[in-house]
Design a protein around this ligand. Structure first.
Ligand code: ATP
Ligand code: MG
Ligand code: MG
Length: 370
């Protein structure tokens, strides 16, 4: 693929001055095209991450980059203040020569350049609860560092991303329209969700009346969006800030539990294998609260299990809506996969409801140490 691009032309638009030594496709991201660039500069060899941004998904790259620049420059200041290394502990956007945070080429591609975070690795798979804990710690710290960032000033690059009541309305509409004649197959799932309508409003109501604060959220809290230091094994930097938006801390926390504490794959058809693992739930909760320090409010702390259940139910709704609409959003590899995905999420919700007291007890155990 790399032969397609004229690296000299693209990299020449950014600030670093030097000779290009190497450009190779890099990492295992699914959204952007990522390349590792090595440059021979006066001061020696320097590496960068060059990305061709996916504008099919993010149709407003300017707003997206404005969010990233604002958040990363704020983080850089914070890291400097406490004597950390701002070149490794946050992403750093290298500006274009025109003073922009990206370069748009003649054919409409958007390119951006980041400083390469050296001596660190991003892992695709959690091998042990410790990895999940490390990721929680890093995402919690991210929350803490951005606690006094004016979250409302960020662009909502995907409007209503975690507006659960709006997601429910979209599901109701899809059920009514029943475009593909699939609603009959999903009667039990639809009923399960509709029975929980009052629940879907809890967090958005609390945000509206000011009981919980608007915060900066990452919205893609996978393990491989954290760089782990090769020497210490500790998470040092949160990367992949494409979906940074205003939202709730409980969204990031809840979504991490949803996918990270599940005992089975998202499309597992044997539902007896699907449950919310309390050991993993505890590992993540402990790490997240340690990372957050004292930045979460009492109300937020008391709502952690609600966040986990909300994100899981919402995700179930989204899979079901897409199934009813003919699988236009989530790619499928086999017929009925989105219905299967919905079922695993609802099984998780049910399991969380059964473990509700235990989840609250675990959350309470760590919030005192915040
Ligand atoms: P995803 O599928 O998670 O949305 P993506 O396509 O948005 O991925 P990124 O996560 O931004 O892409 O980057 C892909 C990979 O490139 C990362 O998982 C990481 O291994 C590597 N990477 C990204 N930025 C840096 C950086 N600044 N320094 C070192 N490695 C990086
Ligand atoms: Mg990524
Ligand atoms: Mg990404």
């Amino acid at each position: 693929m790399q032969e397609l691009w004229n690296w000299q032309e693209i990299l020449g638009q950014f600030e670093p001055e030097g000779k290009i030594a190497e450009v190779i496709p890099y990492g295992s991201g699914h959204i952007n095209d990522t390349f590792r660039v090595t440059m021979e500069e006066k001061s020696g060899r320097k590496r960068y991450i060059l990305q061709r941004m996916n504008v099919n998904i993010f149709y407003d790259p300017r707003a997206l980059m404005e969010n990233i620049v604002n958040v990363t420059s704020f983080l850089r200041k914070k890291i400097l203040e406490r004597g950390g290394d701002p070149d490794r502990e946050t992403l750093n956007v290298i500006p274009s020569r025109a003073g922009e945070s990206f370069y748009q080429d003649m054919t409409g591609n958007y390119w951006r350049l980041y400083r390469f975070i050296e001596n660190a690795t991003s892992y695709d798979q959690a091998e042990r609860p410790e990895d999940f804990y490390q990721s929680a710690l890093a995402f919690g710290r991210f929350q803490q560092q951005l606690a006094d960032f004016p979250a409302g000033s960020l662009h909502e690059t995907i409007p209503d991303f975690h507006n659960t009541p709006a997601r429910l309305e979209a599901l109701k509409k899809a059920l009514e329209e029943d475009k593909c004649g699939r609603a009959a197959q999903a009667g039990n799932e639809a009923r399960f969700i509709l029975e929980r309508e009052a629940f879907t409003h809890i967090l958005s109501d609390k945000l509206k009346c000011g009981e919980i604060p608007l915060r900066v959220t990452h919205n893609d809290t996978k393990l491989n969006n954290i760089m782990i230091d090769n020497g210490t094994g500790k998470g040092i930097c949160v990367i992949d800030l494409d979906t940074v938006m205003p939202g709730l801390a409980l969204h990031d926390y809840g979504d991490s539990i949803r996918f990270g504490a599940s005992t089975a794959a998202e499309d597992e058809t044997d539902l007896s294998k699907v449950s919310c693992d309390m050991e993993l739930f505890e590992a993540y909760t402990k790490g997240f609260l340690e990372g957050c320090g004292k930045s979460l409010t009492t109300a937020e702390l008391s709502l952690l299990p609600v966040g986990a259940k909300m994100m899981t139910l919402e995700c179930g709704m989204r899979f079901l809506t897409d199934y009813l609409q003919g699988d236009t959003y989530f790619k499928i590899h086999w017929e009925g996969q989105n219905l299967a995905r919905c079922r695993t999420q609802l099984k998780l919700v049910q399991d969380m409801e059964e473990k509700w007291e235990q989840m609250n007890a675990i959350a309470a155990k760590y919030r005192h140490k915040g």
